[in-house]
Write a protein that binds this ligand. Structure first.
Ligand code: SF4
Length: 264
């Protein structure tokens, strides 16, 4: 993994999500190495092979924040703020310290358990929230699709600690890969520690995308008997797989009174 420094790119940027005006990406690129990564088709860098750190992140971000009032800032919509580099470079922790000092808060999405390190800062914020993203029930399968993420159980355990600390918690079951992800089992695992759960299927724009070429290789090598069936479902939201899963999840949501947001 190549590590370089960015001196010019803006750190604070508008956020497309409806509840947030702004997002902060402490890194450009991501060392989690998810082969299906949604950023790949429009990545501004060699996304999975190069990480750029913002030079002097605190001073520069502080200046960019001068023009906006205190609010909750999204972290994790574009790149993962707790990717492996964070353990040594502390870019995300520095950003959180700055948010706290200026009266801002953070809403974080990650595939790591490293956020436990920063519970001390998150607890001091008015409305901080952390959500984890998980998609695989067993770690052998996870490693095929996400070469460098943390074990599912470790992420869930970290979320449990966060909830115990009194913080807002959430979970994304994403991406549901047809016939591979056991969504119901993941709901059972997450429900005790997530205030809210969102569920999204694997979404790939077209068959010429880089992420499809990556996923297709895994399916052909590791799931050859199911590969055609999985491909059909990935590219058709009308496929029986999705309608059946939707029905099961809707029933489960009502019967178990779960805070489930089903987007498949
Ligand atoms: S954690 Fe997110 S940004 Fe990083 S590689 Fe995985 S999908 Fe892409």
């Amino acid at each position: 993994m190549k590590i370089s420094v960015s001196k010019n790119r803006k750190i604070l940027s508008p956020c497309e999500l409806k509840n947030f005006e702004y997002q902060v990406d402490p890194y450009i690129g991501c060392g989690h190495y998810c082969y299906y990564c949604y950023v790949l088709p429009q990545a501004e860098t060699n996304w999975l092979k190069e990480i750029r750190l913002h030079h002097d992140i605190v001073a520069r971000l502080s200046k960019e924040m001068e023009r906006i009032p205190p609010q909750s800032i999204n972290m994790g919509y574009h790149t993962d703020p707790y990717q492996p580099s964070e353990a040594e470079s502390y870019q995300t922790r520095k950003v959180l310290e700055l948010f706290l000092e200026k009266g801002f808060s953070a809403s974080i999405l990650t595939k790591s358990d490293l956020f436990v390190r920063d519970i001390d800062i998150l607890k001091e914020m008015d409305d901080a929230a952390v959500s984890i993203s998980v998609a695989f029930n067993d770690n052998q399968t996870r490693r095929l699709f996400e070469a460098n993420t943390e074990d599912t159980e470790k992420r869930v355990e970290a979320l449990r600690q966060l909830k115990e600390a009194g913080l807002k918690t959430g979970a994304l079951i994403c991406p549901v890969i047809p016939y591979i992800t056991d969504t119901e089992q993941l709901i059972d695992l997450l429900a005790p520690c997530a205030d809210v759960i969102w569920i999204y299927g694997l979404s790939i724009d077209n068959r010429s995308s880089q992420n499809w070429s990556n996923v297709q290789k895994i399916l052909k090598h590791e799931f050859s008997a199911l590969a055609d069936q999985i491909e059909e479902a990935i590219f058709s939201k009308e496929h029986n797989f999705w309608s059946e899963l939707r029905n099961i999840l809707k029933k489960r949501k009502v019967n178990r009174k779960l805070n489930l947001n089903i987007h498949i």
